[in-house]
Design a protein around this ligand. Structure first.
Ligand SMILES: Nc1ncnc2c1ncn2[C@@H]1O[C@H](COP(=O)(O)OP(=O)(O)OP(=O)(O)O)[C@@H](O)[C@H]1O
Length: 389
């Protein structure tokens, strides 16, 4: 924060044929942004547009083809002016102008210069979100928790995205080689693919451990300072190699062990037609600290509070580690909290220091935010500014 102002904030958003917005141009102040309106008005769509200021597929993980307005064959564009330390950056992203018959790819421009890939957005900002679709995070598939974990890592370690996609590539390469008739040549290629897989895999495990340990430290600090009305989350990584790392096996030995496993288990993976050992099979285990209960066994409300507490701690960690106070997107979060927790949520968000976007059906859910926010009603793909609180 510079005084009471966020160090990073969006001062303008322009959408062209994005979801149910045919055209939108809105100027923002550096305050938080509250979007209220009826179901289906376009609140989440606007949050999704903001989530494209970070690499990846946005907060819905939707295909790009579904983001263009249903009547717009020419794709969509999302443009934002980002103010960082009092300097403006023009960020444009979308699929507009690309071959409508080709598989859409998202292009990113910063100040008019095309970026090689969306990872370069991480030089400017971090975007973190909580959405209703994350409600089943603790009970759903391990792959969702891994994705959640890797997004958390990415916010403090921008190289993690490339590392994870190189790991996926190396694994696909190994799987393809396993599918070929074994001979001396393919065995040599497999050796090389497994060396690469093991080295990238161990780097992934150590980046995930780093995040878990930093986050655990911060959560403990928050709970001992009694700063949190949200439950204390206890985090652990589950997996064959992760268990060895937890027992103190160093990176070099872990890599050698992983390599040996891959080599010894080729016959098993060949039969399964995929690689069955590695960080792509790990899980993030979350426990409710005060209740000493696995998150998946907690009540729906407790799970939501755990998730919010975790994301808030991650927001704070992101700011501390990356020095970039994240843009926080909280979709329909306020409605699930009682009045005291809501007030605590707003205070914590404000303390993180970035600009937050929040949605709800009723304006009065945000009373405790008062003049710290600017208020808009959303109606059928258009925005109307309301009087500030
Ligand atoms: N590609 C698209 N083109 C046009 N409209 C779309 C497209 N994708 C989604 N929509 C519509 O956008 C509308 C608004 O969706 P959104 O999820 O933003 O609503 P919301 O205001 O967040 O509502 P809720 O409170 O129910 O979550 C929906 O009616 C949906 O059908």
């Amino acid at each position: 924060m510079v005084g009471d102002r966020p160090q990073i904030w969006l001062s303008q958003i322009k959408l062209t044929t994005f979801r149910n917005y045919e055209k939108l141009s809105v100027n923002l102040s550096d305050h938080h942004v509250v979007l209220t309106g009826a179901n289906g008005a376009g609140k989440t769509n606007l949050m999704e547009a903001v989530s494209l200021m970070s690499p990846g597929r946005g907060l819905r993980r939707a295909p790009l083809s579904s983001m263009r307005h249903k009547t717009a064959p020419d794709g969509f564009s999302v443009f934002a002016t980002l103010n960082k330390d009092d300097e403006d950056y023009a960020i444009g992203t979308g699929t507009a102008g690309l071959d409508p018959y080709a598989t859409p790819v998202r292009r990113v421009r910063i100040n008019g210069t095309p970026m090689k890939n969306a990872d370069e957005l991480l030089d400017l900002c971090r975007v973190i979100w909580v959405t209703p679709s994350m409600d089943g995070l603790f009970t759903g598939a391990a792959s969702d928790r891994r994705r959640f974990l890797d997004r958390m890592v990415l916010a403090i370690d921008p190289a993690h995205g490339r590392r994870a996609s190189n790991y996926e590539k190396a694994m696909r390469n190994r799987n393809r080689l396993l599918d070929e008739v074994p001979n001396q040549q393919t065995d040599q290629w497999l050796d090389a693919a497994e060396d690469q897989l093991a080295s990238l895999g161990v780097a992934m495990i150590s980046a995930r451990y780093e995040l878990v340990s930093l986050l655990t430290g911060l959560i403990q600090q928050l709970s001992t300072n009694q700063q949190s009305v949200f439950p204390t989350a206890h985090l652990a990584l589950e997996g064959e190699l992760e268990a060895m790392a937890a027992e103190g096996l160093n990176g070099f030995d872990l890599e050698e062990t992983f390599k040996k496993k891959l080599r010894d288990l080729r016959y098993r993976d060949r039969a399964a037609k995929r690689t069955l050992t590695g960080p792509h099979r790990a899980d993030l285990i979350v426990r409710h600290g005060e209740k000493d209960m696995e998150a998946g066994l907690c009540s729906t409300g407790e799970q939501k509070a755990l998730l919010i507490g975790l994301v808030l701690a991650h927001g704070m960690l992101t700011k501390t580690v990356s020095k970039l106070a994240p843009i926080m997107l909280l979709d329909e979060v306020a409605a699930h909290l009682d009045i005291d927790r809501r007030a605590a949520l707003f205070d914590r968000i404000h303390a993180i220091g970035g600009q937050a976007f929040m949605t709800g059906t009723d304006r009065n859910l945000f009373d405790a935010l008062g003049s710290r926010a600017q208020y808009f009603t959303v109606d059928n793909g258009s925005l109307n500014r309301e009087q500030d609180g």
